[in-house]
Design a protein around this ligand. Structure first.
Ligand code: ZN
Length: 394
């Protein structure tokens, strides 16, 4: 029986997963990402990463692909030892960055991929070579958001008859991202500016070197929720009172300074997203409710914007902030429904929900090469494992 190989290249981990064509997982293993930071700082303030320290006899621009190639060989040998022989019919790769093909190679450029490893082939569009675009079997690669969206899209197609290209997957975890099946440009939803945000709440963002912005990610993501709480608690009362009218459309309060003065969030040594969201969920802290509602509003506005641009009908939201807070996803969905109720443009109505499949990121790479004849069985498997072994951070 033909088998499929999936590879997931992230900023800290490199995962390989071997599966039968019918979606049965055969063998999986996690290795260090070539881009994993070692903790040391190089000249010019750059962080040292794993491939700065190994394979140093190979030129920098070939080193990442060489490391991935060697690790894949190692994985396949280990797999053979564990499960016996297998045959690879296709290989899918989910990659941490913008992904494209160049001179017979698959190249990436992203926030966690130091460009000193980039190929010198194309000066106008520099990218890091991660693998060859051709092998004995079909090879398909995509940005990790697009790959996860492809897995979710298979489910929507099989169970609801929805065209996958009218669906999107939202990554609502530490960061905020979006993938659309078949769309090779990652929709950088996290960096859509939030127009109504007062400057006091702007934050530094990965998209700009050091200067603060009002990017959606700064309010919608786990990192944003936590930073927002810290900033609001650090601002002086009269100032908070002054900026309160900016949030007029968030009903239920009139003065941020009162919410901050009464808030219990500041009693916590660690002000993380979980602390804020737990208070908001139980309606136990006005400031937490405000921050969660702001996060929901920003996510809903971004969902509407991206749906208008790409003609989307369905958005599934996944990753930690969504998984741990289904009530928050319901709030986002309600805001989208409220604001698009009478839209003539978003027909059929745009629906936003918690992603219906388990861990789309895990199925992402493989879904790029699953034959269409197997979609039905994959959809069942992806949904069936929904409640199984759900790690806290997934
Ligand atoms: Zn940004």
């Amino acid at each position: 029986m033909p088998d499929l190989l999936g590879m997931d290249l992230g900023g800290t981990k490199l995962d390989f997963l071997l599966a039968a064509e019918d979606g049965t997982f055969l063998y999986e293993k996690q290795y260090d990402s070539p881009f994993q930071k070692t903790g040391k700082i190089l000249g010019k303030g750059n962080s040292e990463v794993l491939v700065d320290t190994i394979l140093t006899h190979i030129p920098e621009e070939q080193r990442v692909a060489a490391y991935i190639d060697q690790t894949e060989d190692r994985f396949l040998k280990e797999a053979k030892k564990e499960i016996g022989s297998f045959g690879i019919a296709g290989k899918g790769a989910s990659l941490c960055g913008k992904t494209w093909e160049q001179e017979g190679n698959i190249v990436i450029a992203g926030g966690n991929t130091p460009m000193r490893f980039a190929s010198g082939q194309n000066k106008d569009k520099p990218g890091i070579v991660v693998m060859k675009a051709k092998a004995d079997h079909p090879v398909k690669a995509a940005n990790d958001g697009t790959a996860a969206a492809t897995a979710q899209g298979i489910y929507y197609k099989v169970t609801h008859g929805i065209d996958p290209e009218t669906t999107a997957y939202f990554i609502l975890g530490t960061g905020f991202g979006c993938g659309i099946p078949g769309c090779d440009v990652p929709a950088e939803i996290g960096h859509i500016p939030v127009g109504f945000m007062p400057k006091a709440l702007w934050q530094t963002c990965g998209c700009t070197a050091g200067h603060p912005t009002a990017c959606a990610e700064n309010y919608a993501s786990g990192r944003g929720i936590s930073n927002c709480a810290k900033i609001l608690l650090s601002l002086k009362s009269p100032f908070l009172k002054n900026i309160s009218p900016c949030f007029g459309r968030h009903a239920g309060f009139s003065d941020l300074s009162e919410l901050a003065a009464d808030s219990r969030i500041s009693r916590h040594a660690e002000i993380d997203a979980k602390t804020v969201m737990d208070y908001a969920k139980s309606n136990a802290d006005g400031l937490a409710v405000f921050i969660a509602d702001l996060a929901a509003q920003v996510t809903a506005d971004a969902a509407i914007a991206i749906a208008q641009l790409f003609g989307l009908t369905r958005i599934g939201i996944g990753e930690s902030v969504a998984r741990l807070n289904p009530w928050h996803v319901d709030n986002i969905a309600k805001k989208v429904a409220d604001r698009t109720r009478n839209s003539n443009m978003l027909v059929p109505p745009l629906k936003v929900e918690l992603t219906p499949i388990h861990n789309p990121a895990k199925y992402g790479a493989l879904s790029l090469v699953v034959p269409e004849s197997q979609y039905e069985i994959w959809a069942k498997k992806m949904a069936a494992s929904l409640h199984k072994d759900l790690p806290a951070g997934s």
